[in-house]
Design a protein around this ligand. Structure first.
Ligand code: PMP
Length: 444
C-alpha cells in the first residue's frame, strides 16, 4: 500500500502492512510470512510473540503506566537497574534509562562533559570518535558518528568539539603482511596523535562501537585493539564510552560485546535488544567513579527527558533481560552464530561479489564488491544493497541493507542479526533465501 505515514523511511516504497508476529517471523496483511533475519535493525532478539514479555508489559500498564522520575521511581525500573548492574562488567554501577540509542549516546556525551566540570577539569571539551561509525541521529550523536552520508546535509550543525580517527576495519585497512598486533598498534598510535594535536588535557571522551553495526554490516575489531585503546585513554585521563546500542544485550554471544575484548569502559550505551522491540527503551550504564563525582558535586545530571525510566518500558525490558540471561540463551546465540557463519562461508565464500563475511555471535555482516581482487565497490547507482533487501522481501526474508555513501566510501553491505531463538532450520532458510535474493539483485 502507498503509505501516508508522515516521513516514512522510503517515501516512494509500497510497504506491506505488518499485522502479526510468530516467533522469528513477521506476518503481513496478506498472510505472507517474513523470516526476520535482521531483527529489524538488530532489535527483535526474542522474536515477535514472546508471551512472557507481553504479559509483563500488560501487567505494568494495567497497574501503573507512568510516573515522572522527578517525583517517583518504580519497582520495574529499580529491578531492571539492579539486574543490569549485577550482570555488567565490574565498575559499572548506575543506570540512566532513556527511550532509545540516540538518547543514550547524547546522555553519554553530556555526562562526560559534566563529569570533568565536576572534578575541576573544565578544559576537557573535545570528544574523539571514529569514521564509519554510527551513534544516532540527534545532533550530538550524529556529530560524534562518522558516517559521511548521514552527516552531509546537516554539516552546518555538526558540533565542532567532535573529532574522528580511523575505524578498526581489518579487511579493508590492514596492510599486506601486517599482523593484528601491529595494526592495533597503528590505530592506537593514530589516536595518540589526535589526542596530542588537540591537547591531552582538553579531551573528555573516546567513543566507539565494539562491533561496528549500522554503517558497514557487522565489523568486529582485531584482537587486542580495545585494550590498546583503553590504555591510551587511561594514559591521558580520557573516558572510554562504548556504544553497544546495536551489538550489546547478548547479540555477540556475551551479554556485553566488550566482555570479549576484555576491557571495562567508563560508560556503556545500550538500547535495541534491551526492549527487544516490545518497548522503546535505551540505557546509559555508568561507572561508580562518574556517578560519585556528580553526586559529590552538583548532585544531579544536568539533562533529562519526559520518559526517563518509563515503567512499562522497564517492565518489558526486565522480562526481556530475564530471558536473555537465562541458561542456554546466549549459548544458542554462540552456537547458531557459528553455524550461520559456517553456512554463509560455505555458500558465499567463493562468490565473486562477496568480499568479506565477518561478525560475532548472531551479528554478521557481508560486504559486496564488484571485484574481489581489487575490493572495489559497486557503483552507488547500482543500489545493490537496496535491491537485495527488496528481493529478500519478495522471498519472505528480512535482511538489513547498507548502501554506498555519497562518496562511495563504504559500498554495499548487509547485516544479519536474527532473533536469539533461531534453530538450524531457520539458518538454512536464511542462507537459501539469501542466495536466491542475491542472484536476483545482481542480475538487475
Ligand atoms: N548507536 C548505534 C551503534 C546504533 O546502531 C544506533 C541505531 N542504529 C544508535 C546508536 C541510535 O539508536 P536509536 O535509533 O534507537 O536512536
Amino acid at each position: 500500500m502507498k503509505s501516508r505515514y508522515v516521513f516514512p523511511r522510503h517515501t516512494k516504497a509500497d510497504l506491506p502492512i505488518a499485522v502479526g508476529g510468530d516467533g522469528c517471523y513477521l506476518i503481513d496483511a496478506e498472510g505472507k510470512r517474513y523470516l526476520d533475519a535482521c531483527g529489524g535493525a538488530a532489535v527483535s532478539c526474542l522474536g515477535h510473540s514472546d508471551p512472557d514479555v507481553v504479559a509483563a508489559i500488560q501487567k505494568q500498564v494495567g497497574e501503573m503506566a507512568y510516573a515522572h522520575t522527578a517525583f517517583f521511581t518504580s519497582g520495574p525500573t529499580e529491578a531492571l537497574a539492579e539486574k543490569l548492574v549485577s550482570l555488567a562488567p565490574e565498575g559499572i554501577e548506575r543506570i540512566y534509562f532513556v527511550s532509545g540509542g540516540s538518547e543514550a549516546m547524547e546522555a553519554a556525551i553530556k555526562l562526560a562533559r559534566q563529569y570533568f566540570l565536576e572534578i575541576g577539569e573544565p578544559e576537557r571539551k573535545h570528544v574523539i570518535a571514529r569514521w564509519q561509525s554510527y551513534h544516532g541521529n540527534t545532533i550530538g550523536a550524529l556529530s560524534a558518528g562518522g558516517n559521511r552520508w548521514r552527516r552531509e546535509q546537516f554539516s552546518p550543525f555538526m558540533v565542532e568539539a567532535m573529532h574522528h580517527v580511523s575505524p578498526c576495519r581489518a579487511w579493508r585497512d590492514k596492510h599486506e603482511g601486517e599482523s593484528d598486533e601491529a595494526y592495533g598498534d597503528r590505530l592506537a598510535a593514530e589516536l595518540e596523535v589526535k589526542i596530542l594535536e588537540l591537547g591531552p588535557e582538553t579531551v573528555a571522551a573516546f567513543l566507539a562501537e565494539p562491533v561496528v553495526g549500522a554503517t558497514m554490516g557487522a565489523v568486529p575489531p582485531v584482537a587486542g585493539y580495545f585494550k590498546k585503546i583503553k590504555n591510551m585513554c587511561d594514559r591521558y585521563g580520557i573516558l572510554l564510552v562504548l556504544d553497544e546500542v546495536m551489538c550489546g544485550m547478548g547479540r555477540t554471544g556475551t551479554l556485553f560485546a566488550c566482555e570479549q575484548d576484555d576491557v571495562v569502559p567508563d560508560m556503556i550505551a545500550i538500547a535495541k535488544g534491551l526492549g527487544a522491540g516490545y518497548q522503546p527503551i535505551g540505557a546509559l550504564m555508568v561507572s561508580g567513579k562518574i556517578y560519585d563525582a556528580i553526586e559529590a558535586g552538583t548532585g544531579f545530571f544536568q539533562h533529562g527527558h519526559t520518559y526517563l525510566g518509563h515503567s512499562v518500558a522497564t517492565a518489558g525490558a526486565l522480562a526481556v533481560l530475564d530471558k536473555i540471561s537465562s541458561p542456554g540463551m546466549l549459548a544458542n546465540v554462540r552456537k547458531m552464530g557459528a553455524l550461520l557463519m559456517d553456512r554463509l562461508q560455505h555458500t558465499f565464500g567463493q562468490h565473486p561479489n562477496v568480499g568479506d563475511i565477518r561478525g560475532r555471535g548472531l551479528f554478521i555482516g557481508m560486504e559486496f564488491v564488484a571485484d574481489c581482487a581489487s575490493k572495489s565497490a559497486f557503483a552507488p547507482e547500482k543500489k545493490l544493497a537496496a535491491k537485495l533487501k527488496a528481493a529478500g522481501m519478495v522471498n519472505g526474508l528480512m535482511c538489513y541493507p547498507m548502501s554506498g555513501t555519497v562518496d562511495g566510501e563504504h559500498g554495499d553491505h548487509l547485516l544479519l542479526a536474527p532473533p536469539f531463538i533461531i534453530d538450524e532450520t531457520h539458518v538454512e532458510e536464511i542462507v537459501s533465501k539469501l542466495e536466491k535474493s542475491l542472484a536476483t539483485a545482481l542480475a538487475q
